[in-house]
Design a protein. Structure first.
Ligand code: FES
Length: 171
């Protein structure tokens, strides 16, 4: 059944922290446990990730969920994580109305994420951002904060200049 709340992936501006949105989630049919997911199911063979996965949408995870589900304290460290059906067995994608707890955190460059971001930067060095859709997996960047004319994709950390469309190297 369709809700009257805005669908998160259709936003063309930042979500409002504290407001409720219609969000896709991977839901365990047996227990009802769930994870909000970002973008489409995909793999990233170009950076050596063949498993089909989603990324958790950190905007809709409470601090308690981050601790219980991922055993992490820091919300930014949720961004490089992936979610697949093995994490939540007997699951289906369902929509839930969830509260927005925060804006999208900055995708971190760490020793673990750097090789992936670096690999993608080589592949996408001469590509341009169009209509705030990331040229990699077409994540919607219209609902991600712009900082000093730059937007960082929450998918895999590519950073784009919103005025020129050019890739901004981070590694
Ligand atoms: S979807 Fe991969 S960096 Fe944007």
């Amino acid at each position: 059944m369709q809700s009257n709340f805005p669908r998160i992936e259709a936003l063309d501006s930042l979500p409002v922290v504290g407001a409720f949105y219609d969000v896709p989630c991977l839901v365990c049919d047996r227990t009802g446990s769930w994870v909000p997911i970002l973008g489409d199911l995909h793999s990233d063979p170009e950076i050596g990730i063949s498993i089909m996965h989603w990324h958790p949408d950190a905007r809709f995870l409470s601090k308690l969920q981050i601790r219980l589900l991922f055993r992490l304290e820091d919300v930014a460290s949720v961004l490089p994580l992936v979610v697949n059906r093995d994490d939540i067995p007997d699951s289906t994608v369902q929509r839930r109305v969830l509260k927005c707890f925060r804006q999208m955190p900055e995708f971190p460059v760490t020793p673990r994420t750097k090789p992936f971001t670096q690999g993608l930067e080589k592949i996408f060095s001469d590509r341009k951002l169009e209509c705030l859709s990331c040229p990699h997996r077409h994540f919607n960047l219209a609902d991600v904060p712009v900082v000093e004319d730059q937007v960082t994709c929450p998918g895999h950390g590519l950073r784009w200049n919103v005025k020129t469309g050019a890739l901004v190297k981070r590694c």
